[in-house]
Design a protein. Structure first.
Ligand SMILES: NC(=O)c1ccc[n+]([C@@H]2O[C@H](COP(=O)([O-])OP(=O)(O)OC[C@H]3O[C@@H](n4cnc5c(N)ncnc54)[C@H](OP(=O)(O)O)[C@@H]3O)[C@@H](O)[C@H]2O)c1
Length: 173
């Protein structure tokens, strides 16, 4: 089973900013469209904060798994008390590909197990307190795709699509 991360980020003092704790700091529909195209038909794993940030509703056409240590239930999604449990749910139901879709903790925990990371880079300065690991400074990751900068139909916000793949193990040794 392939494990992927997918995120949108803006650069913030050398870090990858992804949110303010409640929502994404930008609205770029082209990013949401790509997110949907890539994740549809697959499983998505998210923290309970990300679940709330998307309106506490499952993403359609995807098996939704919410990470939570609480006793809460998540209507339309399965709950897992750990990332390992979430991945096991996916494996045992025959998933070929799973996307970890946030937030900060799940991205950090899943990264060592991940094969690919799909990134949308958003131009501009934003503030927030939720970050993803900066792969452009990580020796374990190689940028394999770098799209052209484009302008969103909303506020002509700049964005581009990037992809990172994990370097082969022998190169890390
Ligand atoms: N730009 C992007 O691509 C992107 C993507 C996703 C989210 N975001 C943004 O990020 C923010 C939300 O992220 P966040 O980091 O604050 O929250 P989060 O990671 O989505 O949720 C945190 C919660 O998830 C549960 N959790 C996390 N790891 C777990 C584990 N290993 N096992 C069991 N439960 C686990 C815990 O829930 P309980 O407290 O219920 O136990 C924890 O309190 C929002 O601003 C959202 O818009 C941005």
């Amino acid at each position: 089973m392939k494990i992927c991360l997918i995120l949108a980020k803006s650069n913030f003092k050398g870090k990858w900013l992804i949110g303010d704790g409640k929502k994404m700091p930008w609205h770029v529909p082209e990013d949401l469209k790509r997110f949907s195209a890539l994740t549809r038909g697959n499983a998505v794993i998210m923290g309970s904060g990300t679940w709330r940030s998307i309106g506490s509703k499952p993403l359609k056409g995807r098996a939704n798994i919410v990470l939570s240590r609480s006793d809460a239930e998540f209507d339309g999604a399965k709950k897992a008390k750990s990332l390992e449990e979430a991945l096991e749910i996916c494996r045992s139901s025959g998933c070929e590909k799973v996307f970890v879709i946030g937030g900060e903790g799940p991205f950090n925990q899943a990264l060592p197990m991940a094969d690919e990371v799909f990134v949308t880079e958003i131009a501009g300065r934003f503030s927030g307190s939720v970050f993803a690991p900066n792969l452009s400074v990580s020796p374990q990751w190689r940028q394999s795709e770098k799209g052209e900068w484009k302008r969103s139909r909303i506020e002509r916000r700049g964005y581009r699509f990037l992809k990172f793949v994990k370097r082969k193990k022998e190169l890390n040794e």
